[in-house]
Design a protein around this ligand. Structure first.
Ligand code: DGY
Length: 311
C-alpha cells in the first residue's frame, strides 16, 4: 500500500511502514493544495499535520484512502465526519504530548508574569543601562493567585496540577464538571475570577472565538491570558486592544489565528506579549512518540483494524 506524508517524520517510526510505499513531501510546510491533491490520489494512508487542511476536496481526491492520521492531538483541520462517512479511519496522537504542552503553558505563564523574555530583549538590546530599583520591572508572583483553566481535558488537568505546585488556586470551565476536580465555574466566572486564564479547549464551532471581546472585557484588570490550544479561540483584535491600553497585563501565546505569523503581527509586536511558534508538543520524547502513534494509526486503518488511536 501507499502512504503519503505531508512532512518528514522520524525514521525509526517510518521503518514500521516497511513493505509499503512511502511518499514523503520534503518541501516547505504546508504542502501546496494542488500538490497534495495530486499526491493523495492513489494513497491508501495519509499522515498529515495541523497546518494541512484536509477538507472534502482533499479526501475526495484520495479516492483510495483507508486511513488518515494527524500528527497532533487536535483534529480541527480534518473533516472527520466526512472522512468517516467515506469509511476512512481517522486517528490522532493524544496523551504523549500532554506533559510537553502543559510544561510549555507553565513556561509561558512564568515568562509573561515575570517578564523573562521582555528582560532578555532589554539586556540583549543593550538597554539595561541602570540598576533595577525597588518598584521597577515588577511582575506578578504565582503563589496565591487564581489560575482559570478553560477546557479541563488532559492538558488542562496537567496544567492545573503544575499550577497547584506553584501554590495557585485553580478554577476551570468546561462543558460539565469533571469528576473529582472541584472548581468548576461558568465561563463568565472564569473570566472575572482568574488572575491568569490558560486556554486548553479544542477548536470546534462551539469554541471558536470563545475568548472574545465580551470575555476579555470581563477579565480582571491586570490579568494575563495564555493560549497553547488554537489561535482561533481568541479574538486577537480584542486581546491586542486590552493589552495596549493596560487592561490586561500580558499574554503568552504559542498559537495564533494565522500561522506562521510572519512579520508585523499585531500581537507579536507588543512588549507585554510572549509568543512562541506553535511548539507545545516539541520535545524529543513527545515528537517521537507521536510519530509512532501516527504510523500505528495508518497501519491499523489500512489493515482494516481501525486507527490505533481514533479521534
Ligand atoms: C496538537 O497536537 O494539536 C498541537 O497543537 C501540535 O500541533
Amino acid at each position: 500500500m501507499r502512504v503519503l506524508l505531508t512532512s518528514r517524520l522520524h525514521g525509526e517510526a517510518l521503518g514500521r511502514l516497511a513493505g509499503h510505499e512511502v511518499d514523503v513531501y520534503a518541501g516547505p510546510n504546508p504542502m501546496p493544495g494542488a500538490e497534495l491533491a495530486r499526491r493523495i490520489a492513489g494513497a491508501d494512508g495519509l499522515i498529515c499535520f495541523p497546518f494541512d487542511r484536509i477538507g472534502r476536496d482533499v479526501i475526495d481526491a484520495g479516492s483510495g484512502l483507508r486511513a488518515i492520521s494527524t500528527y497532533s492531538v487536535g483534529y480541527d483541520h480534518i473533516d472527520v465526519s466526512y472522512a468517516r462517512g467515506r469509511g476512512i479511519a481517522v486517528g490522532h496522537t493524544p496523551d504523549v504530548l500532554t506533559a510537553a504542552t502543559a510544561d510549555l503553558a507553565l513556561a509561558l505563564i512564568l515568562d509573561v508574569t515575570r517578564r523573562v523574555s521582555e528582560g532578555d530583549r532589554m539586556v540583549r538590546g543593550g538597554r539595561w543601562t541602570q540598576m533595577i530599583g525597588a518598584r521597577d520591572y515588577v511582575g506578578a508572583g504565582l503563589q496565591g493567585r487564581t489560575l482559570g483553566v478553560l477546557g479541563m481535558g488532559r492538558i488542562g488537568r496537567a496544567v492545573a496540577s503544575r499550577a497547584a505546585a506553584f501554590g495557585m488556586k485553580v478554577i476551570y470551565h468546561s462543558r460539565r464538571p469533571v469528576d473529582g476536580i472541584p472548581g468548576h465555574c461558568t465561563l463568565g466566572e472564569l473570566a472575572s475570577r482568574s488572575d491568569i486564564v490558560s486556554v486548553h479547549a479544542p477548536l470546534s464551532p462551539a469554541t471558536e472565538g470563545i475568548v472574545g471581546e465580551g470575555f476579555i472585557r470581563m477579565m480582571r484588570r491586570g490579568a494575563y491570558l495564555v493560549n497553547t490550544s488554537r489561535g482561533a479561540l481568541v479574538d486577537e483584535e480584542a486581546l491586542a486592544a486590552a493589552l495596549r491600553d493596560g487592561r490586561l497585563a500580558g499574554a503568552g501565546l504559542d498559537v495564533l489565528r494565522k500561522e506562521p505569523a510572519g512579520a508585523g503581527h499585531l500581537l507579536a509586536s507588543l512588549g507585554n506579549v510572549v509568543a512562541t511558534p506553535h511548539i507545545g508538543s516539541a520535545t524529543e520524547e513527545a515528537r517521537l512518540a507521536m510519530a509512532h502513534m501516527a504510523v500505528e494509526n495508518v497501519l491499523g486503518g489500512m489493515e482494516g483494524r481501525g486507527a490505533a488511536h481514533p479521534v
